[in-house]
Write a protein that binds this ligand. Structure first.
Ligand code: ADP
Ligand code: MG
Length: 476
């Protein structure tokens, strides 16, 4: 192959590998992490027997290598990369100038205290921290009555981390209302305004995974040590550790020690502390000690203000009438509003010559508006009942340990749909099904595979979905 063709070949291979990598993730959590990580890759090239993937910073190499090298390597091999070529992450300083470094998660821990102090910038990007979304800043957050209290508290904390009585700051509210955005805005502000403050942004699910790994690898002391260095701990979606007693206990001690040293803690959750189920009382007590603020659904005026702000950023001139139409009809949450806007913008970019009328907009958004009417988070028991009904069995059958094929399919399908259609964690689903989480995972994976090769099963699933007011595209 000529040099150019070869380059093109590897470029295609890379694109294909990345999309395969995105496909293998199944949970919402993994998906959102992947969205953050993939843009961090700055470079890729084959060098000898290695496929080098570049990242801007050493801590990213340390943090991502154990998580992503193998899955990425597998994806690239499936995409056609010769099996003998291995993937390695390395720091890439500038265009075409690779500073190769051996990835080692132990690196940061093994350093002497002096070296750690010197390397304070790197420390600020703690090994555990997830990268902050660059748009989630205070500047990009639109205030309104539904969020102004939370916003004010977040600003106060960002300006004086650990120095206000808002410790912890506990932000709660429904999905898509801006909790993560506000939390990351605190992180950006602190990093921009203080040279020496370290920030760790992590979801509670990632924290849990790290904790489990630390136990398996006998590295609990290092795990703890790493969090002791944090000045500002931002932990997103704490509700995920519901029912996980061990990790709650670990978190409890970490929490106490951080507060004792006037470190700042910010937490988000989909419910208020007192409504957190299966949480230790003493932990709930701690959550309520600082400041608890709610973000509510935005009013019409706030929705319109958010739309105008986001529309401005797209550099398209969208008629006011259409923005008002969206604000009136998409009410559930901000993420849905963004979805509607992006559809309009895509249409405008493709159809430069057609002026956008309100009728066209209505058409473009019809299904989103329909969805608004039916939006509610399906409960696991709704799913069990609908699936059981469809197959002519009972809910008790689904919960029973019996393994006849007539029960296994509905049971596994209900598990699969619970994974796809609810925001509940694997353990919560397992609890509801009275099974182990490995059984649920296996069940969901079995269905996933069968759906590819069994059109009848797929058809049944679509019928079940439509009985629940959903479409197959909702779960892809
Ligand atoms: P949550 O964590 O509450 O589920 P997110 O913080 O992920 O919600 O917000 C969902 C989307 O809506 C993000 O893209 C975020 O930028 C946007 N968003 C939410 N609230 C606002 C706001 N007040 N101003 C601007 N964008 C917002
Ligand atoms: Mg969130």
């Amino acid at each position: 192959m000529a040099e150019n063709d070869l380059q093109q070949h590897y470029e295609n291979l890379w694109q294909k590998g990345i999309s395969l990598l995105r496909e293998v993730v199944t949970t919402e959590e993994e998906r959102s992490q992947m969205e953050r990580y993939v843009p961090l890759f700055t470079y890729h090239a084959i060098e000898g027997k290695e496929f080098i993937v570049g990242l801007a910073e050493q801590f990213q190499v340390d943090w991502l290598s154990p998580k992503l090298v193998l899955p990425l390597e597998r994806a690239l091999h499936s995409a056609g990369l010769p099996e003998e070529i291995h993937v390695r992450f390395a720091v890439k300083e500038q265009q075409g100038n690779l500073k190769i470094s051996t990835p080692s998660p132990e690196l940061a821990r093994a350093r002497s205290p002096e070296a750690q102090r010197v390397d304070s910038h790197q420390l600020r990007g703690m090994p555990s921290t997830m990268p902050l979304h660059e748009n989630y800043t205070f500047e990009n957050f639109v205030r309104g009555p539904s969020n102004s209290f939370a916003h004010a508290a977040a600003i106060a904390v960002a300006k004086g981390p650990g120095r206000t009585s808002y410790n912890p700051l506990f932000i709660y509210g429904g999905t898509g209302l801006g909790k993560t955005h506000l939390m990351e805005a605190i992180g950006h502000y602190v990093l921009d305004h203080s040279q020496s403050t370290s920030v760790c942004f992590i979801t509670s699910e990632t924290f849990l995974n790290e904790y489990v790994n630390a136990i398996q690898n006998n590295s609990l002391p290092a795990f703890r040590e790493q969090y002791r260095k944090v000045d500002v701990l931002l932990m997103d979606d704490v509700q995920f550790i519901a029912g996980k007693e061990k990790v709650q206990e670990e978190f409890f001690w970490m929490f106490n020690s951080l507060i004792l040293y006037h470190k700042q803690i910010v937490l988000t959750s989909d419910v208020s502390p007192k409504n957190l189920n299966r949480f230790e009382e003493r932990l709930i007590g701690r959550f309520q000690q600082g400041m608890v603020v709610e973000i509510e659904s935005p009013s019409y005026e706030t929705r319109l203000a958010i739309l105008k702000f986001k529309a401005q950023a797209t550099q398209k001139i969208i008629p006011e009438e259409i923005l008002k139409f969206i604000a009136e009809n998409i009410r559930s949450h901000v993420r849905a509003i963004e979805g509607a806007l992006s559809r309009i913008v895509t249409f405008m970019s493709m159809q430069d010559d057609i002026p956008l009328s309100i009728d066209i907009a209505k058409n473009l958004l019809r299904d989103l508006i329909e969805e608004e009417k039916t939006i509610k988070d399906l409960s696991i028991s709704d799913i069990m009942n609908t699936v059981a009904n469809f197959y002519g069995v009972t809910r008790d059958d689904i919960l029973s340990p019996q393994r006849t094929q007539t029960l296994v399919t509905p049971r596994q399908l209900a598990m699969y749909l619970s994974r796809k259609l609810t925001t509940r964690s694997l353990q919560e689903i397992a609890d509801e099904f009275k099974k182990t989480h490995a059984t649920v995972l296996h069940g969901a994976q079995t269905i996933q595979k069968r759906l590819d090769v069994e059109p009848e099963l797929k058809k049944s699933m679509e019928d079940i979905l439509s009985q629940m007011g959903r479409k197959a595209s909702d779960i892809l």
